[in-house]
Design a binder for this molecule. Structure first.
Ligand SMILES: *Cc1c(COP(=O)(O)O)cnc(C)c1O
Length: 357
């Protein structure tokens, strides 16, 4: 059997969820969109079900997968519905629904609903992706109330730059949000992981942590809370071939790496078809036989090469951690000029093995 696998530590997941709640004193929707950032949405939801105030996903397809697996409780659709004909299913399954655009508001006004909806009304406070314009916000709130089709409204917005701790943008967004919601007596939800971790002054009845649940930091620099997170996923495989090369020999596609000295090289059963980033360069950290080493040359589809020259205890069959508790996914992401969000979401082909359920 191919030794590549992703070990998922559900105890660490619960620790990180609890941390988000303790830091904020707020209710927390565990964001498990995109198959829980590659960790497996159903297993993650099951592990958090006793603890979590609810879940958030991108779309109804993801929400239905949770209900089909027996997950009850609140599930928020972060983009609401894409077509009005999703509304009956949203009602049937008691999903909570973001309204981010006027066309969605109109669709609710025109729909015949058997029960009232819970709506999270999204303001564009400056990110300029989705969300109602501040000038439309009060009116939209009143129209939802007047429609008689809504049981509860939560006021929400989303930060564009909360991962930049010395940037004024988040404070500006909070000011826009506070002005737009003046006079509206409803709960609010503003904070995603970087603002849960790095913006303690922002108040939010509900928080929406995603990446921090999985134990990865959204920050590019050291950060106090990041040190308290426990990595959930360990991507590991084994050395399947060892070779000794003299100086001057190329390694891998494109001869991107040429041995500067006699070297011992390990080939690992892991490649970009598993989601390991192809753009990770020579020098990207790995752990082999318990010792830090580095990637060499180009990542192939199914294999990659690492340096065993100074790891004499490593050999055929040695375990290699590509990321996990020792090699942080965020460090691999930085080396590959991407973010841990993307490397988790790209995970595929490898079996996921769960512990700590
Ligand atoms: C994905 C998402 C989140 C979670 O963001 P993280 O940075 O992973 O914590 C929160 N809110 C919304 C609206 C999202 O789309």
């Amino acid at each position: 059997m191919r030794p590549a696998r992703a070990l998922i530590d559900l105890q660490a997941l619960r620790h990180n969820y609890q941390l988000a709640r303790e830091l904020t004193g707020a209710k927390a929707l565990a964001v498990i969109k995109a198959d829980a950032y590659g960790h497996g949405a159903v297993r993650v939801a099951q592990a958090l079900e006793d603890q979590a105030d609810g879940f958030a996903v991108a779309c109804i397809e993801e929400a239905l997968e949770l209900r089909a697996a027996g997950i009850g409780g609140p599930v928020l659709l972060l983009e609401g519905f894409f077509e009005a004909d999703e509304l009956p299913l949203i009602i049937e399954h008691d999903f909570w629904c973001v309204v981010h655009s006027l066309w969605q508001l109109e669709a609710i006004e025109q729909a015949r609903l058997s029960k009232p909806l819970t709506v999270w009304l999204k303001l564009d406070s400056g990110m300029h992706r989705v969300g109602l314009h501040p000038k439309d916000y009060h009116d939209a709130y009143q129209r939802l109330l007047a429609s008689g089709k809504v049981a509860k409204i939560v006021l929400m917005s989303h930060f564009a730059r909360a991962d930049e701790l010395d940037c004024a943008s988040s404070d500006e967004q909070v000011a826009v949000f506070e002005a737009a919601r003046q006079g509206l007596a409803a709960q609010v939800s503003l904070r995603n992981s970087p603002s849960v971790m790095g913006w303690p002054s922002v108040s939010s009845d509900w928080v929406r942590p995603g990446i921090m649940l999985y134990g990865a930091t959204p920050f590019g620099e050291d950060q106090a809370v990041a040190a308290c997170l426990q990595p959930v996923m360990t991507l590991e495989s084994k050395v399947i071939c060892v070779r000794e090369l003299p100086a001057g020999e190329p390694v891998g596609y494109g001869a991107r790496f040429v041995t500067p000295k006699p070297m011992r090289i390990g080939v690992v059963a892991m490649g970009y078809a598993d989601g390991y980033p192809r753009h990770a360069p020579t020098g990207t950290p790995v752990l082999v036989a318990g010792q830090r080493s580095q990637l060499l040359g180009r990542v192939s589809m199914d294999m990659l090469c690492i340096d065993l020259t100074d790891v004499p205890q490593a050999g055929l069959g040695s375990t290699v951690e590509l990321w996990g508790k020792n090699i942080l996914a965020s460090d691999v992401a930085t080396a590959a000029e991407t973010i841990p969000y993307q490397i988790f979401c790209n995970l595929r082909r490898v079996p996921r093995l769960y512990s700590g359920a």
